[in-house]
Design a protein around this ligand. Structure first.
Ligand SMILES: [Zn+2]
Length: 157
């Protein structure tokens, strides 16, 4: 698949289907939990920022918001699902990032790859670098000894 340039403005067409990504996460990790809507947040149009909140869980509204910058072909599916997974954990476990939370967080199949992807691409998300940085999956695999993640079929079977 060809990866186009980084989309800064909200694309008119959604690149990633949040609803289906979320339902995969739920089916795999939270089969007994009640489903909640997962939606794109609003784009502020800001290009550079000091920090970025990639996802948020709104207890009152029982809603998960994902930052619209992630709606780009440059962002791998497993990364968006890791954010959904994190916010869904808040839905199930509560607001604290305590040891229990972190223990559960590590259960996400691509936890390590997601952290690695973020480490490589945070400058891009903050608007400090234009291009996404490719993370060499073979190198990652050698390091983690895990099977490669297959995009779009993360939780198939
Ligand atoms: Zn959190």
């Amino acid at each position: 698949m060809r990866v186009d340039g980084w989309i800064i403005k909200s694309p008119s067409v959604s690149v990633h289907n949040l609803e289906s990504l979320a339902s995969e996460v739920r089916a795999e990790y939270f089969p007994d939990a009640e489903g909640i809507p997962v939606v794109w947040g609003k784009n502020t149009g800001r290009k550079r920022r000091r920090s970025i909140r990639l996802g948020s869980y709104h207890r009152g509204a029982t809603l998960i918001r994902i930052h619209p910058l992630l709606n780009s072909p440059s962002v791998p599916v497993y990364f968006i699902q890791s954010i959904i997974y994190h916010e869904f954990l808040h839905h199930v476990l509560g607001p604290a990032h305590d040891r229990r939370f972190h223990r559960h967080e590590r259960c996400f199949r691509y936890h390590r790859e997601s952290k690695e992807w973020l480490a490589h691409n945070l400058p891009m998300l903050l608007g400090l670098r234009a291009k996404p940085k490719h993370v060499d999956r073979r190198r990652l695999r050698a390091k983690t000894g895990e099977k490669p993640a297959v995009q779009l079929q993360l939780f198939g079977e």
